[in-house]
Ligand binder design. Sequence first.
Ligand SMILES: NC(=O)c1ccc[n+]([C@@H]2O[C@H](COP(=O)([O-])OP(=O)(O)OC[C@H]3O[C@@H](n4cnc5c(N)ncnc54)[C@H](O)[C@@H]3O)[C@@H](O)[C@H]2O)c1
Ligand SMILES: CC(C)[C@H](C(=O)O)[C@@H](O)C(=O)O
Ligand SMILES: [Mg+2]
Length: 371
Amino acid sequence: MTAQPAKLLVLPGDGIGPEVMREVGRVITWLEKNRGLAFDITEDLVGGASLAEYGEPIRNEVIEKARAADAVLFGSVGDPRWGHVGFEKRPEVAILKLRQELELFANLRPAKVFDALVDASTLKPDVVRGLDIMIVRETVGGIYFGDPRGIETLPDGTRRGINTEVYTTPEIERVARVAFEMARKRSGHVCSVEKCNVMESGLLWKEVVTDLHAREFADVKLTHMLADNCAMQLVRNPRQFDVIVTGNLFGDILSDLASMLTGSLGMLPSATLGAVQSNGKSAALYEPIHGSAPDIAGHGIANPIAQILSFAMLLRYSLNLQEEAKMVEEAVSRVLESGLRTADIMSDGMARVGTSVMGEAIVRELDKLQK
Ligand SMILES: NC(=O)c1ccc[n+]([C@@H]2O[C@H](COP(=O)([O-])OP(=O)(O)OC[C@H]3O[C@@H](n4cnc5c(N)ncnc54)[C@H](O)[C@@H]3O)[C@@H](O)[C@H]2O)c1
Ligand SMILES: CC(C)[C@H](C(=O)O)[C@@H](O)C(=O)O
Ligand SMILES: [Mg+2]
């Protein structure tokens, strides 16, 4: 690690966000005490928490702090109490704006099944044992951001909601490049997913990925699949996949689906990597794929593992702390082997624990790994 402490911006957000982020705090304290690492941490409000304090889901000041940081650790945003504030001001704007402003275009969502959790998966143990899929989701384009958009009222009083899927050649190419490069470090297969049978943006997607493959990545195996079939194939035979590259909306849906192969939405971390910015830094944001889970917020029962594994991805990708990243992942694995389970991954014969006991147990395993 460099002599300078790593500058982290921590944005816990809403609902279970702050609850699971607290457990990352334990891991950070442990790393500082036991591995000689130094972190320069700034924390701020986003989402409903920011709306309550400042009247907006994210302040420009926070976006600038994110730009200046070595990495951003994000919790989750979304709060039913802010349903009335209007579309532009909903809490979710915080994460959308961060992705867009920092050009965080490649969202890596690994769905990896821990051996101890094969019974927690919705699929049969033999189908998911050892499963390790990487979904590369484009996150600054597609139907999330395309124009025109909005809700309009026609002369006869009918209302019309409009969103538009738009992808340009460079947007497709840069995310496909990330996927191909990733596949080279893994088992060498990329499956590109779109709906070219009904969408022009999907047709262009397929053409651009195919051209890039022929030009630069002929050593990688490339296959194509329609998104609806992909959803079915992920449940039927997930082992056929290694890296999946897809657009914003399909990636959102397919990664939630893939999380259940691993046992729970509470298990899936993510890293979103961006383009080099004008300040010379490449932005990176780390967050679990789950949301603020209002149904369980405040009960102390949320699974903190997705947030902790997101921090492990931060150690690996942004700080190049490979050993520490592996230690955190190994500590999670050992805690699961020991039989501790939060409610979402509970199965017969295991010990049910809450968020903080799970976090403490992971830190105790780090202690053992250090000895
Ligand atoms: N990146 C983000 O900030 C993000 C991601 C997804 C959803 N959201 C927002 O979160 C809010 C709630 O959305 P939702 O309910 O559709 O999705 P959600 O991901 O919050 O929850 C879906 C289900 O999974 C469970 N769950 C999620 N994370 C869990 C964890 N760590 N441990 C145990 N159980 C967990 C929840 O209890 C719920 O039953 C919405 O406002 C949505 O927009 C935000
Ligand atoms: C909260 C929402 C904007 C977000 C998305 O749709 O991208 C979430 O579902 C995610 O998966 O990160
Ligand atoms: Mg989602």
